[in-house]
Design a protein around this ligand. Structure first.
Ligand SMILES: Nc1ncnc2c1ncn2[C@@H]1O[C@H](COP(=O)(O)OP(=O)(O)OP(=O)(O)O)[C@@H](O)[C@H]1O
Ligand SMILES: O=C(O)C1=C[C@@H](O)[C@@H](O)[C@H](O)C1
Ligand SMILES: [Mg+2]
Length: 203
């Protein structure tokens, strides 16, 4: 008999997609969502946590809460290197807590130190999305300081090209699809996580 793979899970996910059924399971390690701005780390991570009944934490949000400033304000006042240092500290703190779903900022997985920490204490999941999908999601907002350039689509294109080799080091890869809702994408992520040995214990 053939082994179960994530695609088998996804068929079930699609079959149940109309009903808003919880997909309960107990996490033994934290899930760390990585990927480009607009890939859905915050939106999908929130839904994954809700389905699993697990805590949800977002590193950008935690940095903003601690600093009482937005990410854009931190970039403007203290610069990107300062933000990256705070990002690493926050990630370490979140990974040291009880297992949950952690959404990172788009640049967090570029640092080797962060990647090692995530591999040691959690499971990295890359939400892989193509340029057009990402652009459609980020084009309407100017909250992302790195995209405040004369040609933000070109900036996004360049960032994606530079970052792909780093994101591809993630342990689990889940492809985003145009037209897949946030809850359906969350179910697709969970289907992929179910085949990671010992990560989700049935409840
Ligand atoms: N599967 C989806 N279907 C529809 N909309 C989505 C989906 N995933 C994300 N979005 C929307 O795209 C936008 C960007 O998503 P989100 O903020 O979750 O990205 P992110 O990866 O957290 O970005 P950042 O790295 O900047 O924090 C949001 O408006 C969100 O609601
Ligand atoms: O892709 C990036 O480098 C960033 C993404 C956001 O989540 C924020 O962390 C910040 O805007 C930087
Ligand atoms: Mg986010």
């Amino acid at each position: 008999m053939r082994e179960m793979g994530p695609e088998d899970g996804i068929d079930k996910v699609r079959a149940g997609a109309e009903q808003d059924q919880p997909v309960l399971g107990h996490l033994t390690r934290s899930i760390v969502l990585v990927g480009m701005m607009g890939s859905g780390k915050t939106a999908v991570g929130t839904a994954v946590a809700r389905f699993l009944g697990a805590p949800f934490l977002d590193s950008d949000h935690e940095i903003e809460r601690a600093a009482q400033m937005t990410v854009a304000e931190i970039f403007a006042r203290d610069g990107e290197p300062f933000f990256r240092a705070r990002e690493s500290e926050v990630l370490e703190r979140l990974l040291s807590g009880p297992p949950g779903v952690i959404s990172t900022g788009g640049g967090a997985f570029l640092s080797e130190t962060n990647r090692e920490m995530i591999a040691r204490l959690g499971v990295s999941v890359w939400l892989k999305a193509d340029l057009e999908l990402l652009w459609n999601r980020v084009r309407h907002k100017n909250t992302r300081p790195l995209l405040r350039t004369a040609d933000p689509k070109k900036t996004l294109t360049d960032l994606l090209a530079q970052r792909l080799p780093h994101y591809s080091k993630a342990q689990v890869v889940v492809e985003a699809e145009q037209g897949l809702s946030v809850p359906d994408m969350a179910r697709k992520v969970i289907a992929h996580l179910r085949v990671v040995d010992g990560l989700i214990e049935e409840v």
